[in-house]
Design a protein around this ligand. Sequence first.
Ligand SMILES: [Zn+2]
Ligand SMILES: [Zn+2]
Length: 239
Amino acid sequence: MSRRNLAGLSALLLLVAASAAEAKQWKYAGMHPRSGQPGDGLCHLETTHVHSAAPLYADTLYRTRDNTYVFIGDPTPFGYEGPRHSYYGHHPVVLNVIVNIDVDVDVVEYCYHDGPHYHAYEPPPRQEFVDKEDVHYYAGEYPEEYRRENPKLVRVNTVYRGWNAPRPAVTFAPPPQYHGPIVQVNVGVDVDVRVGSRPPPPSREVIIIREDDDHDHHHDHHDNGKHKGHKNKKFKGRD
Ligand SMILES: [Zn+2]
Ligand SMILES: [Zn+2]
């Protein structure tokens, strides 16, 4: 092969490589952060659609189904202004409900946001939640896959820590039906927010994992009796 032909071939290969890179697209379903940087806001397209940009923090803020990325995180840092629901701690998220499709078996994933946080979606049907002062708490058991994925997915809190977004004000102890981690989350801490850079490592001052051995007999002292007479035993009956 002549030198000229070789040059032509490598030019062609470069062209092929360039167009392959251009053609790379990522499928999304439901609302999601536009770029992953808070200042860039949210994409509000509900149906499955594609972007040429890969999801940022894909391994913690998204779950995938059929190669489609579904954002399950708290939309608050991205300027979300729609209806929002308050949650405390870790809970199941049902992907097919979020993206509004019919499936025979629910696609259940777990949200690993520590402490109080918001979602655009309400608690999924067919899952057990308890409400206390308008905050949703997961009241079911956590399966093995939740525990297995915990070390990886709990890093969502590292990502959000740098964004310092408002959280629901929760001034009382979780109801006893909630078996997830109880984590003191610092709000308003002075964090150096550098958009686009890696967030600083988490500084979790107090982490109390409540063991499941203090059933109903002495939980009253956890909240100084503040919940007496309140609606902390209201179950959401869903089936
Ligand atoms: Zn989009
Ligand atoms: Zn959540």
